[in-house]
Design a binder for this molecule. Sequence first.
Ligand SMILES: [Fe+2]
Length: 200
Amino acid sequence: MELTDPIFNALLMYTKALSVALGYRDLLTRLHSERVQGLAMEIGKHCGLSRTELNALNIAASFHDIGKIGTPDHILLKPSKFDEAEWEVMKQHSEIGEKIMASTELNGSQQAALLIRHHHEHFDGKGYPDRLAGEAIPICSRIIAIADSYDAMAVTRSYHHARSHQEIMEILDQENGIKHDPELMHIFCGTIESSKHKAR
Ligand SMILES: [Fe+2]
């Protein structure tokens, strides 16, 4: 079932309240999600996606980390690196997010839920939760992964400083074909230059 415009609007309304709720626990994640949505849609529009695919991308990018609402505070707000057990708990957010999105049971919500599930898969098959590789990863999840990585590096967090645009692009270049889809990275390199989300 595809995500048509009326369902898209309903799903956006249902989920927005949850996103605001997440913002009260972790404002940084909420603001990050808004920028990832902007970046992902810029890439998506250059990929020739259909209207319903763009709707699904919009919803999934906006709420890709909504599952963090189920992450305990001592992990979600931890100012230092995770140990192995904490990292395993943090990784559950993509599957929790999938369940939250699918729980509306609106036609098409499953499509967006699946994109959320796979937003941390890596192009080489070493991501999570399903270790999908290459084009087995939904294209919209591959797009969200690039936007997510870029924005995560562009802002200051307790465990790293904000990086410059050039520094980020050098890191993304090293991860090209490993973490990210080379064809989509090529499109991203063009769209980021005129994006309002471009880092300094
Ligand atoms: Fe995430």
